[in-house]
Design a binder for this molecule. Structure first.
Ligand code: ZN
Length: 307
């Protein structure tokens, strides 16, 4: 074993202890993380190359990926952290790609029983067909990436799929805020149009909707099936350039049964445990943390029992 591998073993063991102490103190059976990335290896490498290039491209924003282990080690690490259930968020950037990603994700879920079977979509002529096939094959959560996909979520080609997912009650984690980078169709307005047509659609707004935090909180207040995931929000990294407005903290309390732990593991520029501490230091209390880190997702996905 190289020195570097040995060192990462030591630090991951220590970190696992810290993560487990966090949820142990709360008296929950573990964590449920609705926003983790597992995808075909060459796609993940491309994502990592993107983050590696960010510093030079943006003239400053460094995004060193913390967890670059092989796939099996990354899944094992989540188990060491006591993550009872996680997802394999993946997303196409062009037409003709979603079906292939969905096949990969179905296989990943088969060989990874603690991964919630994830699927994705893109506006194209056969969207409704492959979304139906994925739901029938057992997909429990979808991922939509409005910024990377550069599509309007209210595109007519998605309408049938949104209707089907609303009816099936299958949640969709949607990256629709304009952070860290805006896209042509990011922001609350296109999502508001989707919800106007499909008010029961279970959208989970990724990253708390950053930087349009308050607009997306407003959508969650208006639509009872809209949720938000905490992914990267409230961390030192994000607070430096897209701070969450303090005045909106009481709204997090009010929406405490519809906020879900998400982290972006493994593509994060800090240790996993920092996301947990970032939630804790909001000072919203242990009952709130229990719901956000476990109970809300357990209810949404029908996960019962203890770890
Ligand atoms: Zn993500």
């Amino acid at each position: 074993m190289s020195d570097q591998a040995a060192m990462s073993d030591v630090s991951s063991g220590e970190e696992a202890g810290e993560v487990c102490r966090f949820w142990g103190r709360l008296g929950i059976p573990g964590l449920i993380d609705v926003h983790t990335h597992f995808m075909p290896e060459r796609v993940l490498r491309k994502v990592w190359e993107y983050f590696d290039a960010l510093g030079p491209l943006t003239g400053g924003l460094e995004w060193p990926i913390t967890y670059r282990q092989e796939e099996a080690e990354r899944a094992a690490l989540l188990r060491e952290f006591g993550v009872r259930a996680f997802t394999s968020m993946l997303y196409p950037h062009k037409p003709g790609m979603a079906r292939w990603l969905n096949d990969w994700a179905a296989d990943f879920a088969r060989r990874t029983p603690d991964c919630l079977h994830t699927a994705t979509l893109f506006p194209e002529p056969d969207t409704e067909t492959y979304v139906r096939e994925a739901v029938e094959a057992g997909a429990r959560v979808f991922k939509a990436h409005v910024q990377v996909g550069a599509y309007d979520p209210a595109d007519e080609l998605l309408d049938g799929a949104w209707g089907l997912l609303a009816e099936a009650g299958v949640p969709v984690v949607i990256h629709c805020g304009s952070g860290p980078a805006p896209g042509k169709h990011t922001g609350p307005e296109p999502v508001a149009r989707v919800l106007g047509r499909h008010p029961r659609l279970r959208l989970i707004v990724a990253h708390m909707g950053m930087p349009e935090y308050e607009d997306f909180l407003g959508l969650a207040e208006r639509y009872g099936e809209v949720r938000l995931d905490t992914t990267m929000a409230f961390t030192d990294f994000t607070e430096d350039f897209i701070p969450f407005p303090r005045r909106a903290l009481p709204r997090l309390t009010d929406l405490g049964d519809r906020i879900l732990l998400g982290t972006d593991f493994p593509n994060i520029p800090y240790p996993y445990v920092h996301q947990l501490h970032a939630l804790e230091r909001l000072g919203l209390g242990e009952p709130w943390l229990r719901r956000v880190c476990h109970d809300n997702a357990a209810r949404l996905f029908g996960l019962t029992g203890t770890a």
